[in-house]
Design a protein around this ligand. Sequence first.
Ligand code: KG4
Ligand code: ZN
Length: 342
Amino acid sequence: MKDNRFITLAFESSCDETAVAVVADGRQVLANVISSQIEIFKNYGGVVPEIAARHHLENINYVLDQALAEAGLTLDDVDLIGVTEGPGLVGALLIGVATAKAVAFARDLPLVGVHHIMGHIAANYIQFPALEPPFTALIVSGGHTNIADVDSYTTCRVLGSTRDDAVGEAYDKVARVLGLGYPGGPKIDALASEGDPQAVHFKRVYLEKDSYDFSFSGLKTAVLNHLNSARQKREEINRADIAASFQQAVLEVICDKAIKAAVELGYGKLVLAGGVAANSALRRELGARCAEKGLELFIPSPALCTDNGAMIACAAYYKYKEGKTADLYMDAHASLPFAEKK
Ligand code: KG4
Ligand code: ZN
C-alpha cells in the first residue's frame, strides 16, 4: 500500500555534492543522503566543473537507491519529483535534472524545478517547523550573497547582492592565500577562533549609503597585500590573526546590513541560509545582534546549511502546492535570477 503522506523525492547536484532526499509532507526528512566530492577536489584546490559532472553521473543512481532505502520507501510511494534547475555548474546541474526528468517520466509524476537559493532558504522550514514567511533572509554561500525580503514560500524580493565575490568565495580564496587548502570556509572558521580579530584592520566595504549590496573582492586583495608586505619586511606572519581579522571585516558588514534590513522590513524575523551560515562566528555575532534588537533569529543546523537534497524537496513541495510545476523541457541553468531587484 502506498505511504499515505505526501512524499517528495528531490535531487541536488549544482556543485560538488550529489544529494538525494526523501521528505514527507514538505518538512519531515525521511532521508537526506549526500555524496560529497570534497576529498577529490582537495587535490585541485577547488571544484573542477567537468570532473564534478562526471562524479555526479557515476554516483547519482547509488545515492537515489540509498535515499529510498533509508526512507524505507520505493518509487511507488513518491508523489512529487523536485530538482535544482540552477544556478550552478551547468554540467553538474544537468545530471540531477536529467535524472529527475527520467524518474518523473517513467513514473508519470509531477516535476518541479527549484532555484538553489530558494532551497537554501527552505532549509529553515525543515529546521523550524513553525517558521512561515514573511521574513528577512541573509543568504551567504559559495556562489551567492543576498539580502532578501521573503514574502511567500515561493517568491522574494532581493534587496542587495554581491557585486563581485560571494562571501564563501572570499573565504575560499583567502584560505588559499593563507595556504589552508580547500574548502577554505571551515578552515578559516577554525583557525580564526585562535586569532585576534583586531590584529589587522582590513577595510570594511559598505558601498553607497543605504546600499544593501556587497563587495568582497578587495578584501582578498587586501589580505594578499598584507601578506606580501609582511614577507618583504621579514615580519612574522600569524595566520590565525589574519584569518580572524579577515573574518571580522566580513562579518561586521554582513551583520550590519542584514540587521538594518530586518529592522527596516519590520517582520521581526531574520533567517540565515547558505553554506557560510555554518560559520560559528557568524552564528554567534548575529545571535547577539538579533537579541539586542529584539529580532527572532533562525539558523539551520550546519548539515542543513550546506548543499543537500532535503532543502530542495521542501522548496519543491511549496512550489507544487501553488501549481508551479515544470514539464520535461525543463533545462539546467548556470545563472538564474530568483527575484527582481527592488
Ligand atoms: O551553500 P554551499 O554548500 O554551496 C553553494 O551554494 O555555494 O556553500 C559552500 C560555501 C563554501 O564557500 C564554503 O567554504 C563555505 O560555504 N562554508 C563556510 C563554512 N562552512 C562552509 N564558510 C565559513 N565558515 C564555515 N564554517
Ligand atoms: Zn548552495
